[in-house]
Design a protein around this ligand. Sequence first.
Ligand SMILES: [Zn+2]
Length: 195
Amino acid sequence: MVCFLLMGFKEGTRKWFGRVVDDKCQAEVYSEQYGFKECGEPVDHIHHIVPEGWTLEHTGGDPEQNMGLPLCKHHHVGEDAEEFSRDFSFHPDIGNAYSDYGEWKKQTEHMESITGKKQTKKDNPSPFDVAAQEHRDKTSRGERYWAGDENVDQHYKDKMRERVDIYTATHPEDKKPDTKPHPRHTKKKHWTDNV
Ligand SMILES: [Zn+2]
């Protein structure tokens, strides 16, 4: 479900990013005792550091070529928490949708059994529909809809750039898979195109 909602990298790209980091979640968590430490749990998802919808609408370019950040589920779509804290996640709204979904489904089925009618998405959107709509609304308003800030993004971009450089230098046989451009990818027009 999360793949559908956040859209994901293609499978080959996803697996390749996993190999780059030796299947270890790259989230960095801070504690008094150990300072910054990498999570290191097995990778569940590859987070688009700059999300796909945002790229399509604002920055242009093919989101399939964005830098990926391999994360465990907890650090990708876990509960809301402070930056760099143990429970920080990039998409806490989706974490909430996960926890609300069971109750929503129960109530929906209950309603449907009473009325004998299927509830429509419009009348009764699921917590995931609500989150997806919120992403779209924020995107069109130019508002960030993922946790952290530009410094956090930049930190992980730099970190992953380094990991990718090391991996490609030491594993020349395992190139990043070539993928077709994203179907909705349209090249943003440069202002000179119209001159
Ligand atoms: Zn993690």
